[in-house]
Structures are given as C-alpha cells and as structure tokens.
Ligand binder design. Structure first.
Ligand SMILES: O=C[C@H](O)[C@H](O)[C@H](O)COP(=O)(O)O
Length: 244
C-alpha cells in the first residue's frame, strides 16, 4: 500500500465518527481532501451534514462533492472537525500549516467540540519540530516581526532559522487571509507551550502552526493497519470542548 492508500484508510475510519445532523469543520490538505471526497459519497447517499471549509481550496473541493456548506457567522459552534497534520506527537500536539491554511484551520478547530486528526504513519513523531513550523504574519512590518521572532526564540533556547515562505515564482506565499508565512526550522521543539506563548506575544504574528490541546483523537494508518491515539491521560469523550 502507498502513503495515499494509508491516508484513505485513515479518512475512511474518521467517517465512522460522523453522525447525521452534524456541523463539521472541513480540514485542508491532501488527507483532509480524501475525507471530504468520502464524505461527499455519504452525502450523495442521503447523509445530512453541513460543513465549514478551512480554506478556499477546501471550499472548492467540498462544493465539487456537493457537501452543503455554511459559515462560522451562521454556524459559530461546530460538532466535529476532521483535519490532517504535518506532525503529531504522543500528546496529540500538532504542527499544521504546511499548506498555509493554519489560521482558518485553528479558528475552525477551536469552534468545534471535538477535533479528529487523520494521517498516514509518517506524521507521528516523538518531538515536534522536524517539520518547519509555519508562522502566519501580517505583511506590514514583516522584517521587524521576523527579527523579533529570531531574537525571542533565541532567548527561549530554541535553535534554528526562520525564513519567509516563497512560491515557485519567488514571490512570498500569501494566505487566504492576505498574510505571509514564515517557516521556523527548529528541528526539535522541546517546549511547544512556551514557544506558542512567545510567538503570540509578538506584534505582527497572527497565528502559528502549533495546535496544542485541540485534537482529541488521531487516526493513523500504516502498514500494520489503523491505530487510534488519544491525548495522554484523556479519552476522546473527555476532550469535548465546551462551546456555545
Ligand atoms: O495548511 C495545511 C494543513 O495544515 C494540512 O492539514 C497539513 O499540511 C497536512 O496536509 P497533508 O494531509 O497534505 O499532509
């Protein structure tokens, strides 16, 4: 089986958690896209759900599969978000944003009672950080923002450089919300909470790709089949967030 097959197996397993009437957060990326495609098949068979896309790319995919969509304005509280990740640690802390959708992904996950992360086994890590950490910043003043990030993470003892993400044509990648992305090549993030707190305190930083205490269940597929992981010491049921 290929990585694509594993992604499909994980996405299929996540479908079992979708119930009629649910309001869903629809993730972004290749794994989430497979989930959306499979969800579309269920919708075609009569499943009644509504979704909030986490990116314009996901909106297009969901529309193509005739999944009814809503907005956080009309539907501010969601039942479940299903999304992929770039890295997943044993506490189900995540790095997300490899595709640049981290801001909307985090807003949607935070508006959801529960979040399931789906992935192939290669995304499991002991310590986050081998995947560059995306940091979404306002274009205005991105140079001093970058300098401040370098300086303050240095004080935290986090090593590695932070670089502006560019597209193939050399231009900065611009997110759906009109921001740019800095990628932090930290190799190992030993204290994700401290790093997250430092980053959000820097003017110009809109969001970062550390998703801490958001995922309640990881569905991981690999050569040995599907494994489900819960955050250490908590069951998926306990992770339900109290939202309006
Ligand atoms: O911005 C992109 C998202 O955070 C994706 O969920 C993440 O990059 C994983 O994508 P994929 O399933 O394609 O590996």
């Amino acid at each position: 089986m290929t990585t694509e097959d594993f992604k499909r197996v994980a996405a299929e397993a996540a479908l079992a958690h979708v119930e009629p009437g649910m309001k869903l957060g629809l993730g972004t990326g290749s794994t989430a896209s497979i989930f959306i495609e499979l969800l579309g098949e269920k919708v075609a068979q009569g499943l009644d759900v509504v979704g909030v896309p986490t990116s314009e790319a996901t909106r297009e995919i969901a529309e193509r599969h005739n999944i009814p969509l809503t907005t956080l304005k009309d539907t501010p509280a969601l039942d479940l978000t299903v999304d992929g990740a770039d890295e997943i640690d044993p506490d189900l802390n995540l790095i997300k944003g490899g595709g640049g959708a981290l801001l909307r992904e985090k807003i949607v996950a935070f508006a959801s009672k529960r979040m399931i992360v789906i992935a192939d086994q290669s995304k499991l890590v002991d310590t986050l950080g081998a995947f560059p950490l995306p940091i979404e910043v306002v274009p205005f003043g991105k140079e001093p923002t970058l300098r401040a990030i370098r300086e303050l993470i240095g004080e935290l003892g986090v090593e590695g450089d932070v670089v502006l993400r560019r597209a193939e044509d050399g231009c900065p990648v611009v997110t759906d919300s009109g921001h740019v992305i800095l990628d932090g090549h930290f190799r190992k993030i030993h204290n994700p909470k401290a790093l997250a707190a430092t980053l959000v305190g820097i003017p110009g930083v809109v969001e970062h790709g550390l998703f801490l205490d958001l995922a309640g269940l990881a569905i991981i597929a690999g050569p040995n089949g599907v494994q489900t992981l819960e955050p250490r010491g908590r069951s998926f049921a306990d992770t339900a967030r109290k939202i309006a």
